[in-house]
Design a protein around this ligand. Structure first.
Ligand code: ATP
Ligand code: MG
Length: 441
């Protein structure tokens, strides 16, 4: 992508309404624009990252055996009356009346709708287990939307729903999501810790929140820091097999949010392993049994010919919130530092003197990298070098490739690693080889 043809509205001033670093950086880097309180337009750079985060989430859901569909944002109030949540949900629900005076709502979550879909088609135990998920915009009229996309009113969520014959099998479904979540967040460069959590108004008795540590997080958390060193399950994990060993390993060290905190158990830990910190909830998984299937009559026939309500769980990931979380976890004074897997582009190619001898070298580098599958943002604008460097650092692409007239005299270009700040001069050919190896190797 040539920057001269792109839309990257970088802000020079630090927006004063933004209280935390990720919100400031997303606004300054031209990723989002607030349209109403807690409602954002995703500008091209932000939209690219959102897409990459969503893709990782989808790949890991699919790997675990979940099946993707897409439900609408607008739902009927009658469906929510069946579960009793239409009244219970309160002011967080955005209620809408259509031209025929029918009561509708903008979905804050989809338990009712997925239960309705399930009961319309599934009759037999033979069709289980089943896990259906979608990635869709949600609306919750939060009292205090703040911190940018971290606590929005409109936000993108992945929500999955599992259906099983009994509690034991529902537990296996829960474990599959648990392990899928470990992999999902690790692929984004995050250390997300599963913590024992309160089930809240959604009900049920088995629940974990996945939390990344950050001083700006809204949750207070307590953990045994040995959990930070546990290995992430590999790509070859068998999701048809028994995952309880992995789940046990991750649920043995102490880790709880303040709602579930057991002060005595925490205090009993050796002093050097205790961590009390703040964190950001990026995912939440629940088993809630037959709460909705009972209320909404979602039954399957067992092998013995008996009709029983199906056991369910729901599994959310804050896809849009993750962008804020990733930036909170990975930035410096100059701007964002994207982990490669979610970076909007891999390489920022800087032409120090457009319209001159740097052009053919840049054009060729651009083409070679793109052909090798490396995503390049090419700064071909006639602006000052200082502006180009500051802009590239701000938007945080993992690598910069700098082409200037002085280096070219000795046949060299420069590579900079955004994270380490290391710079290295080499021939254009060597630079391409090095970047391709680093990014695609
Ligand atoms: P919170 O406690 O932060 O309000 P929640 O427990 O109400 O979140 P869930 O119903 O568990 O949220 O939703 C699943 C996921 O959606 C959360 O783990 C979080 O990552 C994300 N999420 C929830 N509310 C918001 C919001 N207002 N803005 C952005 N993401 C959100
Ligand atoms: Mg939650």
């Amino acid at each position: 992508m040539r920057l001269s043809r792109y839309f990257l509205p970088i802000l020079k001033e630090t927006p004063k309404e933004a209280e935390i670093v990720s919100h400031r950086l997303m606004l300054r880097a031209g990723m989002i624009r607030q349209q109403s309180a807690g409602i954002y337009a995703w500008l091209p750079l932000g939209h690219r990252v959102l897409g990459k985060v969503q893709k990782i989430v989808e790949e890991e859901q699919n790997r675990s055996g979940a099946v993707q569909l897409l439900m609408p944002t607008i739902q009927s109030a009658d469906l929510w009356r069946e579960s009793g949540r239409y009244e219970a949900y309160g002011k967080e629900m955005l209620r809408i009346v259509d031209r025929h005076d029918r009561e509708m709502l903008y979905g804050p979550t989809n338990e009712e709708m997925i239960t309705d879909i399930f009961r319309s088609y599934v009759r037999s135990y033979k069709d289980l287990p089943l896990n259906l998920y979608h990635v869709q915009w949600k609306f919750r009229d939060e009292v205090r939307p703040r911190f940018g996309v971290m606590r929005g009113r409109e936000f993108l969520m992945k929500d999955a729903y599992s259906f099983d014959l009994d509690q034991e099998r529902a537990r296996e479904a829960y474990n599959r999501m648990f392990v899928a979540y470990l992999r999902t967040f690790a692929r984004m460069g995050l250390k997300a810790i599963p913590m024992k959590a309160d089930t809240g108004p959604i009900g049920g008795d088995l629940s974990h929140e996945f939390i990344i540590l950050a001083s700006t997080g809204e949750s207070e958390v307590f953990l045994d820091k040995s959990i930070l060193d546990l290995p992430i399950p590999g790509e070859d994990t068998d999701f048809n097999g028994d995952l309880s060993e992995i789940v046990d390993a991750w649920t043995t060290p102490y880790a709880a949010t303040d709602e579930m905190h057991d002060e005595a158990a925490f205090e009993a830990l050796p002093e050097e392993t205790k961590v009390s910190a703040r964190g950001i909830e990026v995912g939440h998984i629940f088993y809630f049994g037959t709460k909705y299937s009972d209320a909404m009559n979602a039954k399957v026939t067992t092998a013995e010919g008996v009709d029983i309500p199906v056991h369910m769980g729901s599994y959310g990931i804050g896809v849009s919130r993750l962008l804020g979380g990733i930036i909170e976890a990975s930035h410096d004074d100059d701007g964002i530092i994207w982990p490669t897997e979610v970076a909007p582009f891999h390489v920022g190619l800087i032409n120090m003197k457009p319209g001159d001898e740097c052009d053919p070298v840049c054009d060729s580098l651009y083409e070679q990298l793109e052909n090798a599958g490396v995503e390049v943002l090419y700064d071909d604008r006639k602006t000052s070098a200082g502006q180009k460097f500051a802009g590239m650092d701000l938007i945080g692409l993992p690598w910069q490739l700098i082409v200037g007239p002085r280096g070219l005299k000795s046949g060299e270009v420069e590579i900079k690693n955004r994270k380490t700040g290391e710079r290295e001069s080499m021939s254009p050919e060597a630079a391409v080889a090095k970047l391709v190896a680093a990014l695609k190797g």
